[in-house]
Design a protein around this ligand. Structure first.
Ligand code: NDP
Ligand code: MG
Ligand code: MG
Length: 340
């Protein structure tokens, strides 16, 4: 088994006395800043004036502009959206990234795909929680944690690994387990996971199932419960006990259907297309398309987003969930939209 790092494996001294600048106060940013602050580290949040700035202040944190925070920080964690990082880095972080500091990411995208090229005299590493930011905060408050990956891209100080582990422990990840990776492996697997399985694969599977039932004349409300709502209950069982744990709880009829019909839905052709998706990630084709899409102000992203919001499963779902307020109480709006 790969080496996992837990609380007792981490050298707490590695971050001692250092100021951590958390740039961005969104899904990951608010969780890192608050967890590190609660862990006893000196944190300064760097954001532009506006909603995030006000929220970080209201949460009792020290808040500054991105440039001021980058100047104050010995460790600078970049938690603004991937597609905006390069510009923010060039304008407000790089001028203050003096020798000996640490530049940190939660996803390797911009370093791996050559959008951000850090100076040679700083440590560069990533700490990537394997979960949405709001869970990183909520599990921490509950005394638990979300697992994380770490990777060292540049180790000038000789302490980059210890610093990365101390940071990961500070956000609570050492309670769940920390695994070492590389920028390349983290970036490619993260993109593949969200595209083929977690987000893209699941939404396409759910939509196809819903449409199949509705087109066959079954009630859309029933199709929604069957193909979307119940998915969470099944996923919770897999989260707790793997596939066999889930299969233990379902009926034997469901388990037999799982065995004989599942492989007819996701078959060798599906897997071959998964490999195509992975190839596009590995060759940089996906990254190039996404970067260009952003430079053009997202024409295709916007069109698809609008069309998807009007899909029948979304219309039916909005009506049904309005009658089940308990489904998303306690959640901030962003959590519902949090990416992975
Ligand atoms: P968000 O979209 O939640 O970040 C939004 C934050 O960035 C807000 O505070 C926003 O401030 C700020 N921001 C945006 N533009 C600017 C700007 N021009 N200047 C200053 N601040 C700006 O990001 P995520 O937390 O989703 O992602 C951050 C990083 O974490 C990414 O690298 C992502 O890949 C990675 N990651 C994310 C996960 C997640 O759960 N979301 C999981 C694991 C990794 P304002 O309110 O002013 O707009
Ligand atoms: Mg991810
Ligand atoms: Mg991701």
């Amino acid at each position: 088994m790969a080496k996992m790092y837990y609380n007792q494996d981490v050298n707490d001294q590695a971050l001692k006395g250092q100021t951590i600048a958390v740039i961005g106060y969104g899904s990951q940013g608010h969780a890192h800043a608050q967890n590190l602050n609660d862990s006893g580290f000196k944190v300064v949040v760097g954001v532009r004036p506006g909603k995030s700035f006000d929220q970080a202040k209201a949460d009792g944190l020290e808040v500054a502009t991105v440039a001021e925070a980058a100047q104050a920080g010995d460790v600078i964690m970049v938690l603004v959206p991937d597609e905006r990082q390069t510009q923010i880095y060039e304008e407000s972080i790089k001028p203050h990234l003096t020798a000996g500091k640490s530049l940190v990411f939660a996803h390797g995208f911009n370093v791996h795909f050559n959008q951000i090229v850090p100076p040679k005299d700083v440590d560069v590493f990533l700490v990537a929680p394997k979960g949405p930011g709001h869970l990183v905060r909520r599990t921490f408050e509950a005394g638990a944690g979300v697992p994380a990956l770490f990777a060292v891209h540049q180790d000038v100080s000789g302490n980059a690994k210890d610093t990365a582990l101390a940071y990961a422990k500070g956000v609570g990840a050492a309670r769940a387990g920390i695994l070492e990776t590389t920028f390349k492996e983290e970036t490619e697997t993260d993109l593949f996971g969200e595209q083929a399985v977690l987000c893209g694969g699941v939404t396409s599977l759910v939509k196809a199932g819903f449409e199949t039932l509705v087109e066959a004349g079954y009630q859309p409300e029933l199709a929604y419960f069957e193909c979307l709502h119940e998915l969470k209950l099944i996923v919770d069982l897999m989260y707790e006990g793997g596939m066999s744990g889930m299969r233990y709880s379902i009926s034997d009829t469901a388990q037999w259907g799982d065995f004989v019909s599942g492989p007819r839905i996701v078959d060798a052709d599906t897997k071959a297309r998964m490999k195509d998706v992975l190839t596009d990630i590995q060759t940089g084709k996906f990254a190039k398309g996404w970067l260009l899409e952003n430079q053009l102000n997202r024409p295709e992203f916007t069109a698809i987003e609008n069309a998807e919001a009007e899909h029948q499963i979304e219309q039916v779902g909005r009506e049904l969930r309005a009658m089940m307020p308990f489904v998303n109480e306690n959640k901030k709006p962003k959590e519902v939209a949090a990416n992975v």
